[in-house]
Design a protein around this ligand. Structure first.
Ligand code: FA5
Length: 337
């Protein structure tokens, strides 16, 4: 039995040492462990003295084989790890898909840069507005049909302070003037909401960029200069615009600005309702009542305000023939920007 044990030890250590991979190592260990187990099971046939000697020896051999097995196994694991950490830097990388800003937002950023260049600051206001800021302070008399020009989503029907989704960005004029002293030169980009039927140029949810410039000697000529400069920079060319007299309760005089339709070049199409012109902004000289409601002395200060229908500007720039493309989430359209 002594000889057999010596043989198992020598063979096991040699085979473990020369094993090539973890799989064959495990097999070798199992095989010799089985042989040792059969020696242990035969110990009952030995005399007490022999049992003592053989028992000690068998245990020493079992320990030696196990240590050698563990060391070899560690070696393999280390090698495997090194192999898996290796990577081939010459393999072309996988491109990660990243999103991008919505075309309307990209264009708002562009507009902000142009207006900043003309000394305007960027101001924001709440989309959930109250009736006073959205209508009353802007000189819309209660029950006046002018309120109906902007079909409104009322949110909470409280008699004293009715809440609504703002129908335009003009209420931010009031908020800003109440909080700041003139002169002013601000723009207010933002989302607005109107409860109206949609078509190629009308949405229920669209964007406007409000503008307000107030100082001691401001006239319509300043307005024209600012808008023409903005058009030139935004469209990167001279564009044809026209001013039409209009009505807004918060400006006097008021006018609407149209731009020659880029889709049909002024001939008439579904985008411009066959007129050849697309209305792109409303504007006017700030009404004295609006100044009074905002704590500004109309005898000392004067200025103009305007509201760009931003979606239509972006449509003109990129020759987009339907406003609904901005909002239906079609990636074939959005990924072109
Ligand atoms: C206003 O909203 C005024 N607050 C603009 C203003 C500001 C006038 C300051 C004077 C001084 P209006 O309702 O016309 O005005 O809307 C302004 C622009 O928004 C329009 O010229 C048009 O380009 C755009 N617009 C109006 N309704 C829609 C709609 N449903 N979908 C997309 N664009 C629209």
């Amino acid at each position: 039995m002594n000889k057999k044990l010596e043989l198992i030890k020598a063979e096991a250590l040699r085979e473990i040492e020369s094993s090539k991979d973890e799989n064959s190592l495990n097999k070798i260990y199992k095989k010799h462990f089985k042989e040792l187990s059969s020696i242990f099971s035969q110990m009952g046939t030995l005399s007490p003295e022999e049992k003592k000697v053989i028992g000690v020896k068998a245990n020493e051999i079992k320990q030696a084989i196990t240590i050698s097995f563990e060391n070899k196994k560690k070696n393999f694991t280390k090698k495997d790890k090194t192999n898996s950490e290796f990577f081939d830097i010459t393999i072309p990388g996988k491109k990660t898909k990243v999103g991008h800003l919505h075309p309307i937002t990209q264009a708002i950023n562009e507009a902000e840069n142009i207006f900043r260049g003309m000394g305007f600051s960027i101001v924001e206001g709440p989309e959930l507005e109250d009736e006073w800021h959205n209508f009353d302070a802007l000189n819309f008399p209660e029950d006046h049909p002018a309120r109906e020009m902007q079909d409104t989503f009322f949110v909470k029907n409280e008699p004293k302070k009715r809440l609504l989704m703002r129908t335009h960005t003009s209420p931010v004029q009031i908020r800003y003037m109440l909080d700041n002293k003139p002169p002013y030169r601000i723009i207010v980009p933002g989302r607005v909401f109107r409860n109206e039927a949609t078509d190629a140029s009308h949405e229920v949810n669209f964007h406007q960029i409000e503008g307000l410039m107030v100082d001691k000697e401001i006239s319509v000529a300043n307005f024209k200069a600012v808008i023409e400069e903005f058009c030139r920079e935004f469209f990167n060319r001279d564009v044809k615009i026209r001013l039409r007299p209009s009505f807004f309760p918060f400006t006097e005089p008021s006018f609407e600005v149209d731009m020659s339709c880029s889709e049909c070049k002024g001939k008439g199409c579904s985008l411009c309702s066959q007129t050849g012109w697309l209305e792109i902004l409303g504007a006017g000289i700030v009404h004295p009542s609006v100044f009074k409601n905002s704590g500004v002395d109309p005898k000392k200060w004067q200025g103009f305000a305007f509201g760009l229908g931003w979606d239509r500007w972006v449509m003109l720039k990129y020759k987009i023939n339907d406003i609904r493309l901005f909002y239906n989430g079609d990636l074939r359209f959005l990924n072109q920007f």
